[in-house]
Design a protein around this ligand. Structure first.
Ligand SMILES: Nc1ncnc2c1ncn2[C@@H]1O[C@H](COP(=O)(O)OP(=O)(O)OP(=O)(O)O)[C@@H](O)[C@H]1O
Length: 225
């Protein structure tokens, strides 16, 4: 489903070259629950952003659902992301002035659904993450764990086939982290959604089905657990 070959990503910091990825090849199958782990600076977020089409590699090729995604225009990539991908970031990235429901429906409205349809779907996903009763609260009135669950509902609202999560538990305590991981596992098992998640907590491994370890911008191991 995702086939990435020989991905490199070099950043220029003035005259200094930072080689974040040095030739990464991965094949991700439909329904995989993949953890990407490795030391700080090993290239985990860079790889996630590249696979999620939020960043371009310096070299390499990526096919997603058989499409050569790197040759797409930015507009086309945007539409592709909106219909096929859901993103969850460590800082939740919610709009502070909007209610939980209004935040959740943003991708559905951007995709062209009517307000009524978007709200119906939004409520469905807020209920799925256990926040049906908090739909009219703004982020400041919710705990960190609740805000992350709103972000998860938002990532799911367009029924994406692939969920990309960049350290989604970084700001959560163990109990809330476990709730988020259990939710991913449930979504993965019940709907065969692919989940690709960056983490640096070794206990998260018990939830993953497959673990890709990065070291110095390369894959140091890749195995089903
Ligand atoms: N926008 C950027 N400009 C310059 N260098 C960058 C940029 N983004 C990442 N890097 C560098 O690329 C390397 C890999 O970064 P990346 O964030 O992918 O690592 P990571 O494994 O996710 O790290 P962490 O666990 O600390 O978040 C690091 O050396 C980082 O400093």
């Amino acid at each position: 489903m995702i086939s990435a070959e020989d991905i490199t990503r070099t950043y220029m910091m003035g005259l200094v070259e930072v080689r974040a990825l040095r030739g990464v090849s991965v094949e991700i199958k439909r329904g995989d629950f993949v953890g990407i782990m490795g030391p700080s600076g090993s290239g985990k977020s860079t790889l996630l952003h590249i696979l999620g089409l939020l960043d371009r590699p310096t070299e390499g090729s990526i096919r997603i659902f058989g499409k050569d995604v790197l040759s797409m225009s930015d507009d086309c990539k945007g539409r592709f992301r909106l219909s096929k991908f859901g993103f969850i970031f460590q800082d939740y990235a919610l709009v502070p002035e909007l209610t939980a429901l209004e935040n959740v429906i943003l991708p559905a409205m951007a995709k062209g659904l009517s307000l009524a349809e978007s709200e119906k779907k939004g409520m469905e996903y807020l209920s799925l993450v256990g926040l049906g009763e908090r739909a009219n609260h703004i982020p400041a009135e919710l705990s960190g764990g609740e805000q992350q669950r709103v972000a998860i509902a938002r990532a799911l609202v367009n029924s994406p086939e692939i969920i990309f999560a960049d350290e989604p538990c970084a700001n959560l305590d163990t109990e809330n982290s476990r709730a988020v991981l259990e939710l991913f596992k449930k979504i993965n098992e019940e709907t065969e959604r692919t989940v690709i998640m960056v983490s640096h907590e070794s206990w998260h491994k018990e939830f993953f089905e497959r673990l890709i370890l990065l070291r110095d911008g390369k894959v140091s191991s890749d195995s089903y657990l």
